[in-house]
Ligand binder design. Sequence first.
Ligand code: NAD
Ligand code: IPM
Ligand code: MN
Length: 343
Amino acid sequence: MAPTSYQICVLPGDGIGPEVIDCARQVLEALKDTEDGPGFQFDEHLVGADAFEASGEAITDAVIDECKAADAVLVGAMDVARLPANARQPLRTLRQSLEVGASIRPARTFAGVEARCDHIDTLVVREVTEGIYSGIEYAAGPDAACSVRLITRGASTRTAKIAFAEAQKRRRKVTAVHKLGALKLTDSLFLEACRDVGKDYPDVEFETRNIDACALEMVRHPEEFDVILATNTFGDILSDIAAGLACGLGLAPSGCVGERWAYFEPVHGTAPDIAGKGIANPLAAILSAALMVRHLGELKSADRIEQAVEAVLAAGAPRTGDLGGDAGSAEVRDAVLAELASS
Ligand code: NAD
Ligand code: IPM
Ligand code: MN
């Protein structure tokens, strides 16, 4: 039987995005030399702030069509803070166009990596197409501006279904996060949608928590949390907290999944403070590539990548600066490649 080959659309983005995505690409390419490993063909496109400065467009419809035509999409990071208010926001455009149901963001402790807690193994399931980041913003006179927090039953239901399905594969608990005291209409609707979905999952425990109390409890007792189901902004913040408790942004992967399309990206941004120096931790991008490989159904290869990363971390070196080492991205990538070759 001919080996499977996948077409991957790659959007390296800005800052450290291209540096870490190049490492992830090399790891994916190395899979073809492992037993039953698939092949990959990559098709790269410029998106983000550099693309905007070069062409006046941060993302084009043609790139979105390429993403839809590919088997999966791998994204670096985009310096969206550098974009002017009138530019098309590329991450939101991607998430809305690919009809992403949720960004799934695992955070867990790794053997050999010092964490800020004894144990955490959570999955933040975050709505990423609406909420305060819906893009509905306007000036309300010279001294006021308004952002609309759009919450719909459709998007909330879509995200909740992903959260409950993921919980069934894990420790069967979903914590939905809200601020009902302040956001009466939007968060009642969100929680109602979550509860309705929960009725189809009687084996999954369901609880709700206020966002502020939830953030506190995550720091104090992170082991209590399994799946955290959140609207866009709350999930954005809680996924960084979970990553910070577990291991830092350098090890935090994510996948934006929907019914038809999916794309994968590290949780971190473009890290302007270290970009261009070759010292970014490539493991979040490599672990995001592993999530992509798992999503494509290549479970053995996904396990291989994750085990290679775990072995490098357990060995204690090489490590990038964020994990207390002094290695460059290339050394860490090569250590993962060496583990993969011997697996
Ligand atoms: P950031 O995640 O880029 O950086 C925060 C801190 O973490 C910095 O000190 C950085 O050096 C460090 N860091 C991040 N990734 C690292 C890695 N792989 N290895 C080692 N250290 C790492 O967040 P920021 O500075 O707030 O944002 C910078 C830009 O990135 C902004 O324009 C922001 O909007 C954008 N951003 C994009 C995405 C995305 O494209 N998915 C996500 C987050 C932020
Ligand atoms: C993320 C990022 C983005 C988001 C920003 C850069 C718009 O922080 O993916 O976590 O929250 O949507
Ligand atoms: Mn974020």
